[in-house]
Design a protein around this ligand. Structure first.
Ligand code: ADP
Ligand code: ADP
Length: 232
């Protein structure tokens, strides 16, 4: 069973008398323990795909399963609860809370999910992303790459089924990008997680196992990578 499955997915936006099918009868499975990059021109539906697959937005037609749960059939409240336990999200701009330390930023999703923010779980998470010596730092005291690694640790702390990342390296220099991509790679290889990442950057996509190309709300190409050393 895939971590996430979408069938005949349609997401229609209506603006005045214009309609846009941001997702247009799209079928896709994201398998467990894989790292998928989603590419395609601006406006092809990449962000909409992530938002709908993560339960942040709703389809107008078709189905989205996270594990065995079809999320379109859930109430708003049930969908929010499912999202808090089963899905992690990483944004281009990190979206950490500036007034909180790294540890406190990881406590938040656990509190929101009604769980005890166990310190050992949080310090283990920050150590795994290479920030064991920065746990009491605030975002402004960290580099961009370090901030994004805190955001990845935050996305993982609840033990989700899948982590979605929307242009996670879009604001980073090449060293910062590399540190985040190597982390996402290891999250899949070592933790057995599932990662789905939107990117415009072919170098970033080369870290993935699979590259999905969207155009006009559909999948137009789906390449399995035989991964070499990035850059070769
Ligand atoms: P991408 O991430 O590939 O750039 P998006 O998923 O953001 O593409 O957008 C896909 C299409 O849906 C575009 O035509 C965009 O203009 C439209 N769209 C996205 N979000 C909205 C919205 N909230 N309201 C209206 N149209 C939208
Ligand atoms: P669980 O506690 O969910 O059964 P594990 O005991 O295997 O899972 O892992 C401990 C928890 O640490 C994971 O569930 C997850 O919340 C978190 N975690 C796993 N990998 C990472 C990582 N790379 N960075 C931060 N936190 C992680």
């Amino acid at each position: 069973q895939p971590a996430v499955r979408m069938r005949a997915a349609r997401r229609r936006y209506e603006l005045g008398d214009e309609t846009v099918d941001a997702l247009n009868d799209l079928d896709v499975d994201f398998h467990r323990r894989t790292f998928t990059a989603v590419m395609g021109p601006s406006g092809s539906g990449k962000s909409t795909l992530l938002q709908c697959a993560a339960g942040l937005d709703r389809l107008n037609g078709g189905e989205t399963f996270i594990g065995d749960v079809e999320i379109g059939s859930l109430s708003e409240k049930a969908r929010t609860l499912l999202r808090r336990s089963k899905v992690g999200f990483v944004f281009q701009s990190y979206n950490l809370i500036d007034s909180l330390t790294a540890i406190q930023n990881l406590e938040l999703p656990l509190r929101l999910a009604g769980r005890k923010p166990e310190r050992s779980r949080i310090t283990a998470g920050l150590t795994r992303v290479g920030l064991g010596d920065r746990m009491h730092h605030r975002p402004s005291q960290l580099s961009g790459g370090q901030q994004q690694r805190v955001a990845v640790a935050r996305a993982l702390v609840s033990g989700p089924e899948v982590v979605f990342a929307d242009e996670p390296t879009g604001a980073l220099d090449s060293a910062g990008s590399r540190s985040v991509l190597e982390l996402l790679r290891s999250v899949v290889d070592r933790e057995g997680q599932t990662v789905v990442m939107v990117t415009h950057d072919p170098t970033a996509a080369s870290f993935a196992d699979r590259v999905l190309f969207l155009r006009d709300g559909r999948v137009v190409d789906d390449l399995q990578h035989h991964r070499g050393v990035p850059g070769d």
